[in-house]
Design a protein around this ligand. Structure first.
Ligand SMILES: Cc1cc2nc3c(=O)[nH]c(=O)nc-3n(C[C@H](O)[C@H](O)[C@H](O)COP(=O)(O)OP(=O)(O)OC[C@H]3O[C@@H](n4cnc5c(N)ncnc54)[C@H](O)[C@@H]3O)c2cc1C
Length: 487
């Protein structure tokens, strides 16, 4: 039996639920299904189960535009799942989600003007077939089944336990153990304060320092507006605007006065750690602020962990793993019972799905992106890749509104197919990386940029990666621009 819907959404993470909400609101006559390989909704917030798992950006902007957030700005995974659950239930999205449905392949037929998906039901092992007119890819940007661990020399020699935070064993016992965390990104900054009290000692080993923004986990403006007894919807909108305004200034300053901003960020760490701590060595990054995501450290808890003596930081390179821990290039050995490899993600462009168009395999890296969410030569498909500097969801919401506008426009034109195509004036345009490494260059992206689609050097073939540009450009984009070819 073949299941057919107008729109098929891949993934029930924060983006897939955004897509469903807007589709119901803006295109109420369209039938849709969300296929999700996991056993529940949440995506990132369901997959990650390490101690302390929390957002690193605020929930006023990571939350949806349409659903007020009323908690503290930085939220735990459980709080985000509760917020998503309310969104799903309040809008009747639950009856459209099919869990344990892993999409293996997607084939476009120009003759039938349809996508056909081969799907494995991971509970029963059955293979199911779905067809749809429009495919909306909300599958996230990394492989959920396992994280990225570099191939460290001698790893097999280590007699203790090696754990990647993305695949956290429920029964991991770290009480009174020496734990070594490799990495200093948002995951390390979360897990270290959450585990410090129970471990014997926990050490953060970093190759090079990272920026952090320590601060209280409260929003002063939200607290004041709540005291005034304003409706949640107003508070949400006002606080979002204020946060977006302040973040814009920080982003602009990271380009216009990087040295001053750098000094302010480092000074904030120094205030927590005191003048005896070697902030120069451990918390002074070499790169310009915002070239990589800056994690917010609520209540300075990472620094408090260091101050308590239960956590420490080492800046050095791994020479090799040993039986008891790791040997560093400096010659020091760090001993550990458990090693956590907080070394990041494995980027996965489109959910590890085999795509074909009229029986020709599709390699996304050979295609150019239309505004960072559609691809040349790929019919009836949108893809969500959020912001790296601002909250991801700001972009999911913008893309959702755009896709609904496009679907309604197609109906008005009586078009069944829309495909971005380079125009004559675009031929010969350079094929640039999807993310400019001069602008933003975290390891997981740099390792895998060759798998990502290309962008051009002028609209609509660029991915602005900037909320402040796209919030005006996307709603105003001309859908009859000849870059979109309708049939
Ligand atoms: C630990 C962690 C913390 C983060 N914190 C923040 C933050 O504070 N702020 C921020 O802006 N961003 C943050 N991010 C980035 C984060 O991934 C996104 O913000 C956001 O949650 C992504 O949502 P999504 O719905 O697009 O994708 P995901 O959350 O990745 O969800 C995609 C869903 O698609 C499903 N799927 C994938 N492939 C298939 C397939 N073939 N078949 C069926 N289903 C499939 C997956 O199972 C998953 O449930 C964080 C990321 C991590 C890992």
């Amino acid at each position: 039996m073949v299941h057919h819907v107008d729109v098929l959404i891949v993934g029930a993470g924060i983006s897939g639920v955004s897509a469903a909400y807007y589709l119901q609101q803006d295109c109420p006559d369209k039938s849709y299904t969300i296929l999700e390989s996991q056993e529940s909704f949440g995506g990132t917030w369901l997959t990650h189960k390490y101690p302390g798992i929390r957002s690193d950006s605020d929930l006023f902007t990571f939350g949806y535009k349409f659903k007020p957030w009323s908690g503290a700005p930085i939220a735990t995974a459980d709080e985000i799942l509760k917020y998503m659950n309310e969104t799903i239930e309040e809008n009747g999205i639950d009856k459209h989600i099919r869990y344990k449905h892993l999409i293996k392949s997607a084939t476009w037929s120009s003759k039938d003007k349809l996508w056909t998906l081969e799907v494995e039901h991971t509970g029963t092992g059955e293979t199911l077939t779905f067809t749809c007119n429009f495919l909306w890819m909300c599958q996230g940007y990394y492989r959920h089944s396992e994280g990225y661990t570099p191939d460290f020399k001698g790893m097999d020699r280590f007699k203790g336990q090696i754990v990647h935070p993305q695949t956290w064993p429920e029964d991991l016992n770290y009480k009174d153990k020496n734990v070594l965390v490799i990495g200093s990104g948002a995951t390390a900054a979360t897990v270290i304060p959450a585990m410090a009290a129970d471990c014997k000692h926990i050490t953060m080993l970093q190759r090079s320092p990272t920026y952090f923004i320590p601060g209280e986990n409260r929003n002063e403006m939200a607290d004041t507006l709540r005291e005034l007894d304003l409706p949640d919807e107003w508070i949400h909108e006002i606080v979002r605007k204020k946060i977006l305004h302040d973040s814009k200034i920080i982003t602009e300053r990271s380009f216009s006065e990087p040295e001053l901003l750098k000094e302010e960020l480092i000074e904030a760490a120094r205030m927590y750690l005191g003048s005896d701590f070697d902030v120069e060595k451990h918390f002074t990054p070499k790169y310009r602020p915002w070239r990589q995501r800056i994690a917010f450290v609520p209540d300075g808890d990472l620094f408090e962990g260091i101050n308590s003596g239960k956590a420490s930081v080492v800046t050095d390179q791994i020479e090799t793993f040993t039986e008891k821990g790791v040997l560093l290039e400096s010659g020091d050995e760090l001993k550990a019972d458990i090693i956590l490899t907080a070394t990041g993600f494995d980027l996965c462009v489109l959910g590890d799905i085999n795509f074909t168009i009229d029986n020709t395999p599709l390699t996304f890296a050979d295609h150019t992106t239309y505004r960072g969410f559609m691809f040349t030569g790929v019919p009836n498909m949108a893809w969500v890749f959020g912001y790296l500097r601002a909250s991801w969801t700001l972009r999911s919401d913008l893309i959702s509104t755009f896709v609904c506008r496009l679907l309604n426009h197609m109906d008005k034109k009586k078009a069944e197919v829309v495909t971005p195509e380079l125009r004559d004036e675009d031929k010969g345009m350079p094929a640039l990386p999807f993310i400019d490494p001069e602008n933003f260059n975290p390891g997981y992206l740099m390792r895998s940029m060759h798998m990502m689609p290309k962008q051009g050097d002028h609209a609509p073939w660029v991915f602005a990666q900037d909320y402040y540009t796209e919030k005006d450009e996307l709603p105003a984009a001309d859908l009859d621009d000849s870059a979109l070819v309708y049939k």
